[in-house]
Design a protein around this ligand. Structure first.
Ligand code: AMP
Ligand code: MG
Length: 345
C-alpha cells in the first residue's frame, strides 16, 4: 500500500478544493460528517473504492455507504426506489439516516460488496456537503477507523488510525452526533432497522412501521447470512475488556469492590464518581443519551490511552439515541453483560 505524509487541514475553500482534486484523481480522503469521520472515495471508481478497503483493513463482504449532497445525485445510484424512500428523505435528509435501496447498474459491485442494494446517505455536515459538491462525485465512505476500532469522532482519532495510509484529512472539529448513522432497509410500506443511530425508532415511527432486526440487540454468528454484514464483526472495541453492568448504583458500587484492581476502570454517569473504589470515566448524564452518544467513542479510545485492562460500564437507557449507544456498547463488550441483583436483603 502507498505510504503518505498525511496532512490534516482546516475546511477552508482552498483545502476543500485540494480534497476535491484528490478525490477526482482516485485517492481516498478523510472527511468530517455529523455522525463520525469518514474515509471517502469516488463511488463510481472501483479502484478508488478498493483503496478504502485496503486503508481500513475492512472485510471485503462489508459494503460501504454512498454520500450525496442533493436529491439530484440520487437517481444514478439507485433503481426504482419505493415511494416511502422519498417520504423519509423529505423528513430526515440531510441527516444521520442511511437508506438501503436497490442498486443501479452504474455502481460497481465493490461499493456494495456484491449485494443488489446500496446504502445512501445525505449528510447534514456543511463540510461534508461542500466536499461532495466540490468534487461533483457521490462519495463512498465507511467510518474512518481501522476495521474493528471505535469510529473516529475527531480528526486526531482519524489521524491515529490512518496516518501514512491516506494523503489528507479535512478537520471539521468534533462530530456532533458521535455515533454512525441509522441504517434502514426501505420496503414499500415499512422499514427494517439494521443499525440504530441519530434518527431514532421513535422518529421513524412517525412516518411508517419499523421492524427491528434481531442483529441490533443480539450477537450474530460470523458465518450467518445477515441483512447488514457490518453486524457480524467485533466492533468499536478498545484493547480493554469491556463489560456492561445492569443494576442500580449502590449495587454497582458494591460490585466494583469485588472486581477492583490494576487497570480496572468504571464508566459512570455524571455525578456518580464519588463512592467508587476505582478510577472513573465520565459517560455523560443519566437519561441524556445524546451526551452519551457524543462521548462514547472518545471514551473507548481513552481506555487504550490509559492502558485500561478492564472497563465496567453503567448500562444506559435504551430510548431515543440510547438504543444506538447500547447497540455500540454491546459490540464493544462482545455482548458481555453482568446483571446485578438489586434486592436489599
Ligand atoms: P460504516 O460505513 O463503517 O458505518 O458501515 C456501514 C454499515 O452499513 C455497515 O454495517 C454495513 O454492513 C451497512 N451497509 C452498507 N451498505 C449496505 C447494504 N447494501 N445492505 C445492508 N447493509 C449495508
Ligand atoms: Mg464502521
Amino acid at each position: 500500500m502507498e505510504k503518505w505524509k498525511t496532512q490534516v487541514l482546516p475546511p477552508d475553500e482552498a483545502n476543500i478544493r485540494l480534497a476535491a482534486e484528490l478525490l477526482n484523481q482516485g485517492e481516498v480522503v478523510g472527511f468530517p460528517t455529523e455522525t463520525v469521520y469518514g474515509l471517502a472515495a469516488n463511488a463510481f471508481d472501483p479502484q478508488a473504492v478498493a483503496k478504502i478497503f485496503a486503508a481500513k483493513g475492512r472485510p471485503q463482504d462489508n459494503p460501504l455507504i454512498v454520500h450525496i449532497a442533493s436529491m439530484e445525485m440520487l437517481p444514478p445510484l439507485v433503481k426504482d426506489p419505493p415511494a416511502l424512500a422519498f417520504q423519509l428523505a423529505e423528513k430526515f435528509w440531510p441527516g444521520p439516516m442511511t437508506m438501503i435501496l436497490p442498486r443501479s447498474e452504474r455502481l460497481g459491485d465493490e461499493v456494495s460488496a456484491g449485494l443488489p442494494t446500496v446504502g445512501i446517505r445525505y449528510p447534514s455536515s456543511p463540510t461534508a456537503q461542500k466536499m461532495i459538491l466540490a468534487s461533483q462525485l457521490p462519495l463512498a465512505a465507511p467510518s474512518g477507523n481501522l476495521s474493528g476500532h471505535p469510529s473516529p469522532t475527531t480528526a486526531a482519532h482519524m489521524l491515529h488510525d490512518m496516518d501514512t495510509h491516506i494523503p489528507l484529512i479535512i478537520d471539521g472539529g468534533e462530530c456532533q452526533v458521535g455515533l454512525e448513522s441509522t441504517v434502514i432497509q426501505v420496503m414499500e410500506d415499512r422499514v427494517r432497522l439494521l443499525r440504530p443511530g441519530g434518527i431514532t425508532v421513535e422518529m421513524l415511527e412517525e412516518i411508517c412501521p419499523v421492524e427491528i432486526d434481531q442483529g441490533v440487540l443480539h450477537a450474530v454468528d460470523a458465518n450467518a447470512k445477515v441483512a447488514s454484514p457490518g453486524m457480524k464483526y467485533r466492533h468499536y472495541a478498545p484493547i480493554a475488556e469491556v463489560t456492561i453492568v445492569e443494576g442500580e448504583l449502590p449495587a454497582f458500587q458494591k460490585y466494583m469492590e469485588s472486581v477492583k484492581g490494576d487497570g480496572v476502570y468504571a464508566m459512570v454517569f455524571d455525578g456518580e464518581e464519588d463512592g467508587l473504589c476505582v478510577p472513573t470515566l465520565p459517560f455523560g448524564q443519566s437519561g441524556q443519551p445524546e451526551t452519551q452518544a457524543h462521548r462514547l467513542f472518545d471514551l473507548l479510545r481513552q481506555c487504550d490511552d490509559l492502558g485500561a485492562k478492564k472497563v465496567f460500564v453503567r448500562s444506559p437507557d435504551r430510548h431515543g439515541i440510547g438504543l444506538a449507544v447500547y447497540n455500540r456498547l454491546l459490540r464493544a463488550a462482545a455482548f458481555r453483560i453482568v446483571k446485578l441483583d438489586d434486592r436489599k436483603d
